[in-house]
Design a binder for this molecule. Structure first.
Ligand SMILES: *[C@@H]1O[C@H](CO)[C@@H](O)[C@H](O)[C@H]1NC(C)=O
Ligand SMILES: *[C@@H]1O[C@H](CO)[C@@H](O)[C@H](O)[C@H]1NC(C)=O
Ligand SMILES: *[C@@H]1O[C@H](CO)[C@@H](O)[C@H](O)[C@H]1NC(C)=O
Length: 355
């Protein structure tokens, strides 16, 4: 384990005593370890890949990164650590998960995992035509290239072991449901579209399994009707959550959960954890004070109503005075604290399913 004892203990205090033994061990069972974290998905788990190609969906300027290693904007769509960083830390792998396109990556960075995720990504090829991100099929190709690089300087068997003992995390589908479904309404109703995206998730899961990944974490869709930008557009004067968007997310999640479970039983060597992102987030939005939040209906950046990417910048959008009181960082993304409180909710179930 690379995690220092101090960090582990801090994590345990933060993550509630339920998750950690009184000796300050990590959340993992004693006889297992995780070699690498491999992340696929959208802006919530983009560790800076969008810095390296032409897209408007970027976050490599302040105030993004305001609380990241003393104020370094890295392309992470939040003020500090993302879910991939926090997961890598919780699983004792490393403190920060890098972007796969980062040109400074060393071979040893590759051996403990990277994120292939890209802001704007989705499963539907139409989605990245709208958002200009790297689609999930492009991310699959990036993973294949990564496997080639991984085997450059280490024995094939060692590389296979790394992948076999890795955890893959998939956080995607949100952009498809939020941005692409409305423009595909003539071809699909919500149920048939959700079903199509679920089939694409399963196809993706199958593909990475074929490439050697055995432990796979799939995040459900977010309660899309409750993100600040959606509240602003559709939530009326009270800026309430928008049922239509939440219903689509729930429809998708129900099918996804069911089909993933069936998929898992036909691959006995796999461990697939469906993460109920939707209800974890909702329980925080419905009881903000229980988790130390004052504001859950707007972001910390600017007015908090709509700003994201270029609209959330140092000139136009001063940030809120106390980031720790805000669940959302901008119109779409969680603060570091938001991410870590959500992780507290989901981690134990995830570990129980994966090991
Ligand atoms: C770890 O220990 C548990 C409990 O003894 C056991 O069920 C599990 O198979 C072990 N896992 C590994 C990878 O050895
Ligand atoms: C992969 O890991 C699983 C358990 O983590 C183990 O049972 C299996 O033998 C490993 N396979 C290879 C090829 O190392
Ligand atoms: C996934 O979908 C692609 C494109 O439709 C197809 O070529 C591929 O065979 C599918 N993979 C699996 C494992 O079903």
């Amino acid at each position: 384990m690379r995690l220092s004892i101090v960090k582990v203990i801090l994590f345990c205090v933060y993550a509630s005593v339920l998750l950690c033994g009184s000796d300050g061990s990590t959340v993992l069972p004693k006889n297992v370890s995780v070699s690498a974290i491999l992340v696929f998905g959208d802006s919530s788990v983009d560790q800076g890949n969008n810095n390296y190609y032409n897209t408007w969906g970027k976050a490599n300027f302040l105030p993004y990164g305001e609380d990241f290693m003393g104020g370094i904007p890295t392309g992470r769509f939040t003020n500090g650590k993302t879910m991939p960083d926090l997961l890598a830390e919780a699983f004792g792998v490393k403190d920060y998960l890098p972007a796969s396109l980062d040109p400074l990556l060393k071979d040893k960075d590759l051996q403990t995992g990277v994120s292939f995720a890209s802001g704007g990504s989705g499963f539907d090829p139409q989605t990245t035509k709208i958002t200009s991100g790297l689609s999930m099929s492009v991310q699959l190709d990036m993973f294949k290239q990564y496997l080639g690089k991984l085997k450059r300087n280490i024995e094939e068997e060692v590389a296979d072991n790394i992948i076999n003992n890795s955890i893959a995390v998939i956080v995607a589908g949100n952009n498809d449901l939020l941005f692409t479904l409305p423009v595909r309404r003539l071809q699909y109703d919500a149920a048939s579209y959700a079903n199509m995206i679920v089939n694409m998730v399963l196809n993706f899961t199958q593909e990475i399994y074929t490439l050697g990944v055995r432990r796979i974490v799939v995040f459900s869709a977010f309660p899309l009707g409750c993100v600040p930008a959606v509240r602003t557009v559709g939530g009326g004067l009270g800026r309430s959550c928008v049922d239509k968007e939440n219903n689509v997310a729930q429809l998708f999640n129900n099918v996804l959960k069911h089909k993933l479970q069936i998929w898992g039983t036909s691959y006995p060597q796999s461990r697939v954890a469906f993460v109920d992102y939707y209800n974890s987030v909702m329980s925080i939005i419905e009881n903000p004070h229980k988790y130390g939040f004052d504001v859950v209906d707007r972001g910390c950046c600017g007015t908090g109503e709509l700003e994201a990417t270029y609209l959330c910048n140092k000139l136009t959008a001063p940030t809120c005075p106390d980031r720790s009181k805000y669940f959302f960082w901008d119109g779409f993304h969680l603060t570091e604290k938001g991410n870590s409180i959500v992780l507290n909710h989901i981690l134990q179930d995830m570990v129980n399913t994966l090991f």
